[in-house]
Design a protein around this ligand. Structure first.
Ligand code: CA
Length: 238
């Protein structure tokens, strides 16, 4: 066993994405023995939903998955959701021919099947340690009584966690990154839904009003998202 701290004091959460139950369970067991918190997903789609609920600190990712593939999930994380969390790809030896393109695509590391438990534990620990130096853009943001952690995709208001959907989080994240900047509905739509035609639909308004509702429940006396008439939304000067 790898000696050391494992995840004990840091409370790291790891998502294992692997469709073969035996391998998934084996990985989960190895990581739990190292005191990490582990969640398991058995398809790409399930993994995507899990990361939308709460972004883990690291993902072990199989590539050949039913539905959404590991490559697609990785691409979605890096390109669409701008997440920098460590992703370690796990794949059968012969299938990992193109390691360079895998790393280019945003994987941090890879492990080939069959693997030794010690190797898995060591790789996970090494990648978490590297991740410990979080890049600038992932620093927590605060605005009035709101605190937003980009890497954990978590928002708290007066210490209480807000249950935001992925899109609601992304909208608030944008607004909090640039308080006082006015975001038009079109721009929010473009940045959060990544292109597509905004047209006449009401999507952004609906999401903003949901965020407001959730904020108001915790902090009714304070104004957070302001409507700029005819243009869009901003956070007023704190
Ligand atoms: Ca597989």
């Amino acid at each position: 066993m790898v000696s050391g701290t494992g995840g004990k004091d840091m409370d790291y959460r790891i998502l294992v994405v692997e469709d073969e139950p035996d391998i998934n369970n084996l990985l989960a067991r190895i990581l739990r023995e190292e005191d990490y918190k582990v969640s398991q997903a058995f398809s790409g789609t399930e993994a995507k939903m899990a990361t939308e609920r709460e972004m883990p600190d690291l993902i072990l990712l199989d590539l050949m998955l039913p539905g959404m593939s590991g490559e697609e999930l990785l691409q979605d994380l890096r390109e669409n959701r701008k997440s920098h969390i460590p992703v370690i790809v796990i794949s059968a030896k012969g299938l990992l021919e193109d390691k360079v393109s895998l790393l280019k695509m945003g994987a941090d590391d890879y492990i080939t099947k069959p693997f030794e438990p010690e190797e898995v534990a060591a790789r996970v620990q090494a990648n978490l340690r590297r991740w410990g130096k979080a890049p600038e853009t992932e620093k927590p943001l605060t605005y009035k009584n709101l605190k937003l952690s980009p890497s954990a995709r978590k928002v708290t208001l007066r210490g209480k966690e807000l249950a935001l959907t992925g899109h609601e989080f992304d909208i608030l994240y944008l607004l909090m990154k640039n308080p006082e900047k006015v975001y038009s509905r079109e721009l929010l739509y473009e940045q959060v839904w990544h292109g597509g035609y905004y047209g006449e639909n009401n999507t952004v308004n609906v999401h903003v009003s949901n965020i407001r509702k959730k904020i108001k429940e915790e902090d009714p006396g304070e104004e957070y998202i302001q409507t700029v008439y005819g243009i869009g939304f901003k956070l007023p000067q704190a």
